[in-house]
Design a binder for this molecule. Structure first.
Ligand SMILES: Cc1cc2nc3c(=O)[nH]c(=O)nc-3n(C[C@H](O)[C@H](O)[C@H](O)COP(=O)(O)OP(=O)(O)OC[C@H]3O[C@@H](n4cnc5c(N)ncnc54)[C@H](O)[C@@H]3O)c2cc1C
Length: 378
């Protein structure tokens, strides 16, 4: 169990602010951070992280528990091709600068000093200058904009109940076809295995996160490049029968909406979500009832499989998903399952009434309506 120190006095770099936390910690692992947070929760204490203490304010001060991450300061991963590194939040920028230089890389912008931690500069909006450059936090690796610019057809899969994501980049090319194959799919082994395991999970729902992990490692964790005809590149194996819901949120809401979905699933561990949550992007348009009407959008597609036709519980997951999408300005895909009615669409689409009057002119007797459309328009 990680030990806290009593009697520690914290002072910021400029000696303008100080505090006497009840306990001071220097954890050496994520597990120890978890233990400290658990202790704080049990004792109703507040927790503050301090980086280098360079902030010229009392932002890092607390009377309760203070955690310094100076021992969580390692370089974890390097992807030279993507010009990306993964580091722990307690790493000093001065250390990071050296690591990057040895790789022939550099941050595209840093502030006036480097005696700061990665966590501190990200958390406080640290900046320098250059109208083409954002604050330092915009260089953080999972920056959606970077991915969207990097590839013409970018999308990613999130694997519910895990932190795993698989990213797909696709671009046009003149190169000859070089398709890779997987024995799991070529002989339909993956297909049969997944359907069987999901069917078993109807009786042992706790298996779902394990199945998700297993398939991530078997199939989706593999890095690879292939060249294929465009139709073959766009189509992908949708496996067997499933329920699907797919809402478009304004692109700026992507991180927030996905984060809220993940958080909701974590708060409700008895709800099991199937993989993948497929995240795709589309340009805004001027089509009156397009989910992308006047906004660049992110489609977030959730699924629940029906192994051998068996229905698995999805009502709570579906309802929570819809609420999150609505809260983030979402609009449902017209073809996929949703529970929206006219009142919802009126709020979602600024041109809803214009569309309705055009529809009424073109079909005054309602000849082209059905139940689904009546719910949407009446
Ligand atoms: C001489 C000097 C020059 C500066 N130059 C610039 C500049 O050019 N541009 C600019 O924008 N700013 C500048 N600053 C401000 C500086 O960038 C910020 O104060 C920065 O946050 C300091 O980093 P730190 O690691 O010392 O963070 P701290 O001051 O220790 O902490 C700042 C905040 O970040 C939080 N935090 C730290 N680590 C984590 C973590 N791992 N997880 C969650 N929260 C965390 C803390 O809880 C606290 O709220 C300067 C400051 C000084 C003293």
């Amino acid at each position: 169990m990680v030990q806290g120190t009593e009697g520690y006095r914290f002072q910021n770099w400029a000696s303008t602010y100080s505090c006497h936390p009840e306990l001071y910690f220097e954890p050496t692992s994520v597990e120890e951070v978890r233990q400290i947070l658990e202790l704080a929760k049990q004792r109703s204490k507040r927790v503050k992280i301090v980086g280098c203490g360079h902030s010229p304010s009392d932002i890092a001060c607390t009377d309760d528990y203070l955690i310094r991450l100076n021992k969580l300061n390692k370089l974890l991963q390097v992807d030279k091709k993507q010009q990306r590194v993964t580091v722990e939040a307690g790493m000093l920028l001065s250390h990071l600068n050296e690591e990057l230089a040895s790789l022939g890389l550099a941050l595209s912008n840093i502030g006036a000093v480097s005696d700061l931690t990665v966590g501190g500069v990200i958390g406080t909006g640290t900046h320098n200058t250059g109208i083409q450059h954002g604050i330092l936090a915009t260089q953080v690796l999972n920056d959606l904009d970077t991915h969207l610019k990097q590839s013409e057809y970018f999308r990613f899969f999130w694997f519910p109940h895990t932190d795993k994501v698989t990213v797909f980049y696709a671009d046009r090319t003149d190169k000859p076809v070089k398709a890779s194959s997987s024995w799991l799919w070529d002989y339909a082994i993956g297909y049969y295995l997944l359907e069987l395991l999901l069917w078993i999970s109807a009786f042992f729902p706790r298996l779902v996160p394990w199945i998700t992990q297993l398939f991530f490692w078997l199939i989706y964790s593999v890095k690879g490049e292939q060249v294929n005809r465009s139709d073959k590149a766009f189509n992908f194996e949708c496996l067997f029968k499933q329920h699907v819901s797919d809402w478009a949120v304004p692109i700026e809401q992507t991180g927030k909406a996905l984060g809220q979905l993940k958080e909701w699933l974590e708060r409700n561990p008895d709800v099991r979500a199937h993989f993948p949550v497929e995240v795709r992007f589309a340009r805004g348009d001027e089509i009156l009832l397009s989910p992308c009407y006047k906004q660049n959008s992110c489609f977030m597609n959730i699924i629940m499989y029906r192994p051998y036709g068996k229905e698995l519980p999805r009502e709570r997951y579906w309802a929570a998903y819809e609420q999150i999408m609505k809260r983030n300005g979402g609009r449902p895909h017209w073809a996929k399952a949703h529970s929206c009615v006219r009142q919802d669409f009126e709020k979602m689409y600024p041109a809803f009434h214009k569309f309705c009057s055009i529809r009424e002119q073109l079909d005054p007797s309602g000849m082209f309506l059905n139940n689904y459309l009546e719910k949407a328009f009446f």
